[in-house]
Design a protein around this ligand. Structure first.
Ligand SMILES: Cc1cc2nc3c(=O)[nH]c(=O)nc-3n(C[C@H](O)[C@H](O)[C@H](O)COP(=O)(O)OP(=O)(O)OC[C@H]3O[C@@H](n4cnc5c(N)ncnc54)[C@H](O)[C@@H]3O)c2cc1C
Length: 293
């Protein structure tokens, strides 16, 4: 059930990311989404770790349910925010007992109201420390780490950013999943630079289908990605007059992006689904690609 058993073996992975809903109704919708995505035979799915804390226990419960009930290989995201090493150790024990073998090791963003991330006493300052802790935890997890094709928003020096990525990999990261991006040239540059720096592990591309213009503008402003000018202009020109067309433009663009990535031997495509299936189903069906499962 390890993700690195699938990666780098000739076929790309296709994976989907979910977040733990806050309400019962949200969970019902998510299970429906999972059922709609299941026929696509995902290589794995992942569940985010809530920034605020309220959904954190739900990450463990959800990832366990998806893996053991829905029988889909799953990965739990885990962040350093507000946790001591001992607490992280407890979460890792719980995940291992549930049969989860894949963890995405993240620092997380500073808690609401703070602009700078600060290590809590007994906790971790960066994801490289978390990756090292997981590697030494006594459980043989497959560890994913995050990469930023356009650079992490808090790091103004891309070479430095890649040095930190290398540290995460050297500390135990088995593969990289990238932040969303819309210009493949950013991904190829990032991948080439990573390879020349000695980062040899598989690099999976993060894909976010655009289905809502104001929502995507909010996301990119938070994560520091940019939307190509021509795409943005096109989306803005139909946003109010024809909102349904936004979905089609977003799906067509993401499908084109994925085709190009596959042609250029991407290790995997990771879809940020926002717990919805429609756009992802349409894109993956359009790709009609043989993938690792
Ligand atoms: C695929 C993916 C999934 C994500 N899932 C979640 C989620 O589930 N929950 C959530 O809250 N957030 C999630 N995030 C967002 C992520 O938590 C933020 O982007 C966060 O700001 C950085 O996390 P990181 O693991 O990349 O941190 P790090 O790798 O620690 O990097 C953070 C910053 O510190 C710098 N840095 C790294 N190491 C060092 C060092 N040793 N010394 C000094 N500076 C250093 C880096 O250059 C960067 O600017 C996700 C991001 C991605 C790409």
């Amino acid at each position: 059930m390890r993700i690195d058993d699938l990666l780098g073996r000739g076929l790309p992975t296709i994976s989907f990311e979910f977040f733990p809903p806050k309400t019962e109704q949200g969970f019902t919708q998510l299970y429906q989404t999972i059922e709609e995505l299941r026929p696509l035979r995902p290589s794995y799915v992942s569940v985010t770790y809530g920034a605020g804390g309220s959904t954190r226990q739900k990450t463990v419960e959800l990832v366990e349910k998806i893996q053991n009930d829905a029988k889909i290989r799953s990965m739990a995201h885990l962040t350093c925010v507000g946790h001591t090493a001992d607490q992280i150790g407890g979460i890792l024990d719980d995940l291992w007992k549930c049969g989860i073998r894949n963890v995405l090791a993240l620092r997380g963003d500073p808690p609401a109201g703070q602009t700078v991330f600060t290590r809590i006493e007994g906790g971790f300052a960066n994801a490289d420390e978390l990756a090292k802790y997981i590697r030494g935890s006594g459980h043989d997890f497959c560890i994913g780490v995050a990469g930023y094709p356009e650079g992490h928003p808090q790091c103004l020096n891309k070479t430095r950013d890649l040095e930190y990525l290398k540290r995460k990999v050297d500390n135990g990261g088995n593969f990289v999943v990238t932040q969303l991006f819309f210009d493949n040239a950013d991904f190829y540059r990032f991948r080439d630079d990573a390879r020349s720096m000695g980062i040899k592990v598989p690099i999976v591309a993060g894909i976010m289908p655009i289905t809502n213009v104001s929502q995507i503008k909010r996301f990119v402003s938070m994560c520091g990605a940019k939307i190509p000018h021509r795409l943005l202009t096109k989306l803005e020109s139909i946003e109010t007059s024809n909102p349904d067309a936004v979905h089609q433009v977003g799906v067509d663009y993401a499908a084109m992006q994925c085709r190009d990535l596959l042609f250029n031997d991407v290790d995997g495509l990771h879809f940020y689904t926002l717990n919805k299936s429609k756009a992802t189903v349409e894109i993956v069906k359009a790709l009609n690609v043989k993938h690792a499962a």
